[in-house]
Design a protein around this ligand. Structure first.
Ligand code: XLS
Ligand code: CA
Ligand code: CA
Length: 446
C-alpha cells in the first residue's frame, strides 16, 4: 500500500501518506497513537483494529441537512456523465484510503455506481464499477470489509424494502440485494451488512407487524441462501437501530436482533454490526450493545462513531471519547477480536468542516481514539486487577452450592436449606467507584 494514488489525477494534493509521529507531535496530519505495526499483546494495532473508511459519508455526503444543501464541493462530483463521475469518485476514494493507511473500506451499491430505475442498467453500472474497484484493490492492497445495498433512499422504498406491504417493492429490493451480494463476493468482502433502512413503521394503525417481520426473515433467508450459493463464506451482519428514519425500526437493538435471528434460525450465518450512535439512540451505551451482542456470540463488526449528548438524533460524529473507546475495546479484546469484522468509520465531518484535509483529520482522530482505547483496554486486562476484581465478585458461584446452582443441579428447596444454614447474607459493596478510578488511572498511566 505504498502507492500514493492510482487514479487519473490526484484529488488530495499536498497531503502525503499520513505518518505516525507519536504524542509529542503537534502535526494535525500525523497519528499520535495509531502505529499500525506496533504489537499490543500478540497482534499489531492494524490487526486488532481492522479500520475501514466508508464510501457514503466520506465521498458522497457533501453536508446537506434538512435546512440547506451541501457545503462541501467535491471535485470528483464535477459535471460529466454519471459513470465518469463514479469513476472519478473511485479514484479519489482509493487515493484517500492509501494516504490514510487503512486496510479496509465499505460501500453501498449506489454509493459506488450510479443508480437507475431500469434493472439492467442498474446492474451493468454496478458491474462496471466493481470491475474497476477490483483493479484498484489489486493495485493498492486495499480490501473490502463489507458491502451492502441502499434500500432506503429511493422513493420506492418509502414504506420499507423487505417489509414493504407491496410485493412489487419487495421483489425490486431483491434485485439490489442480489447484485450487491455478487459485488461483495467479486471484491472478496469478508462481510455483508443489512442495516434496516426503512424496515419498521411510522404507524401501527396501517401495519401488520408480524407479517412484515415474517417477510423480513424470508428475505434474509433467501439472501443467505443466494450468498452461500455464489461462494460467500463470510458473515452476514444485521445492524441494529431503534428509530430514524422510521418511528420504530424493527432491528431495534442487539437484544431484539439476537431474539429475531434465533427465532428464525439465522443465528449461524448472521452476526451483528454495532454502531455506537445507534446504541445510544436506543437508550443504551455503545459498550452495552457491544456486550449484549458479544454475550450472544454475535458481535461481528463495529460502526465506529458517536452521537451528541444534547441531541436525540443520529449525528454520526467521528469517535473522540477515550472512555467510550476503552469500553468498546474491553468487549472486543475479551471476545478475542473482531475478525472477519472490523472498525468502520460510519461517521461524517460536520457541515461546517469544508476543507479536504478535514476528512483526513477526522479519520486520524478516530483512529487515534481507538488505538488509545486498545492500549488502555489491553493494559487493564493484562496489568491491572480489573479481571481479578470481577472474578472475585462472583467467587461464590465457583464452588459448593453456588457452583451446583449455576450448573442447574439445585431446586428451590435446596436454596431454602442454604439460606437457613447461612443466615442473613453479608453485605458486599459493588465498589463501582474503585473500578471507575482504575479506568481513569490507566487512561493516563499507559
Ligand atoms: C444508517 C446506517 C447505514 C448503514 C449501512 O444509519 O448506519 O449507514 O451502516 O447501510
Ligand atoms: Ca452504520
Ligand atoms: Ca448512524
Amino acid at each position: 500500500m505504498n502507492t500514493p494514488f492510482v487514479g487519473k489525477r490526484e484529488y488530495f494534493s499536498g497531503i502525503g501518506r499520513i505518518p505516525y509521529e507519536g504524542v509529542a507531535s503537534d502535526n494535525p496530519l500525523a497519528f499520535k497513537h495509531y502505529d499500525a505495526d506496533r504489537k499490543i499483546g500478540d497482534k499489531t494495532m492494524a490487526e486488532h483494529l481492522r479500520f475501514a473508511v466508508c464510501y457514503w459519508h466520506t465521498f458522497c455526503n457533501a453536508g446537506h441537512d434538512p435546512f440547506g444543501p451541501g457545503t462541501r464541493v467535491f471535485p470528483w462530483d464535477a459535471a460529466g456523465a454519471p459513470l465518469a463521475r463514479a469513476e472519478a469518485k473511485m479514484d479519489a476514494a482509493f487515493e484517500f484510503f492509501t494516504k490514510l493507511g487503512v486496510p479496509y473500506y465499505c460501500f453501498h451499491d449506489i454509493d459506488m455506481a450510479p443508480d437507475d430505475d431500469d434493472v439492467a442498467v442498474y446492474e451493468s453500472n454496478l458491474k462496471h464499477m466493481v470491475a474497476l474497484a477490483k483493479e484498484r484493490q489489486q493495485a493498492t492492497g486495499m480490501k473490502l470489509l463489507w458491502g451492502t445495498a441502499n434500500l432506503f433512499s429511493h422513493p420506492r422504498y418509502m414504506n420499507g424494502a423487505a417489509t414493504n406491504p407491496d410485493f412489487d417493492v419487495v421483489a425490486r429490493a431483491g434485485v439490489q440485494i442480489r447484485a450487491a451480494l455478487e459485488a461483495t463476493v467479486e471484491l472478496g468482502g469478508g462481510n455483508y451488512v443489512f442495516w434496516g433502512g426503512r424496515e419498521g413503521y411510522a404507524s401501527l394503525h396501517n401495519t401488520q407487524m408480524k407479517r412484515e417481520l415474517d417477510h423480513f426473515a424470508r428475505f434474509l433467508t433467501m439472501a443467505r441462501d443466494y450468498g452461500r450459493s455464489i461462494g460467500f463464506t463470510g458473515n452476514f451482519l444485521i445492524e441494529p437501530k431503534p428509530m430514524e428514519p422510521m418511528k420504530h425500526q424493527y432491528d431495534f437493538d442487539s437484544s431484539t436482533v439476537a431474539g429475531f435471528l434465533k427465532a428464525h434460525g439465522l443465528e449461524r450465518d448472521f452476526k451483528l454490526n454495532i454502531e455506537a450512535n445507534h446504541a445510544t439512540l436506543a437508550g443504551h451505551t455503545f459498550e452495552h450493545d457491544l456486550q449484549v451482542a458479544s454475550d450472544h456470540g454475535l458481535l461481528g463488526s463495529i460502526d465506529a462513531n458517536r452521537g451528541n449528548a444534547q441531541n436525540g438524533w443520529d449525528t454520526d460524529q467521528f469517535p473522540s471519547d477515550l472512555y467510550d473507546t476503552v469500553g468498546a475495546m474491553l468487549v472486543v479484546l475479551r471476545q478475542g477480536g473482531l475478525a472477519p469484522g472490523g472498525l468502520n468509520f460510519d461517521a461524517k465531518v460536520r457541515r461546517e468542516s469544508t476543507d479536504a484535509e478535514d476528512l483526513f483529520m477526522a479519520h486520524i482522530g478516530g483512529m487515534d481514539a481507538f488505538a488509545r482505547g486498545l492500549e488502555v483496554a489491553h493494559a487493564l486486562l493484562t496489568q491491572s486487577p480489573l479481571e481479578q476484581w470481577r472474578a472475585e465478585r462472583y467467587a461464590s458461584f465457583e464452588a459448593g452450592t453456588g457452583r451446583a446452582f449455576a450448573d442447574g443441579k439445585l431446586s428451590l428447596d435446596d436454596l431454602r436449606a442454604h439460606a437457613m444454614a447461612r443466615g442473613e447474607p453479608t453485605q458486599r459493596s459493588g465498589k463501582q467507584e474503585r473500578y471507575e478510578n482504575l479506568v481513569n488511572q490507566y487512561l493516563v498511566r499507559v
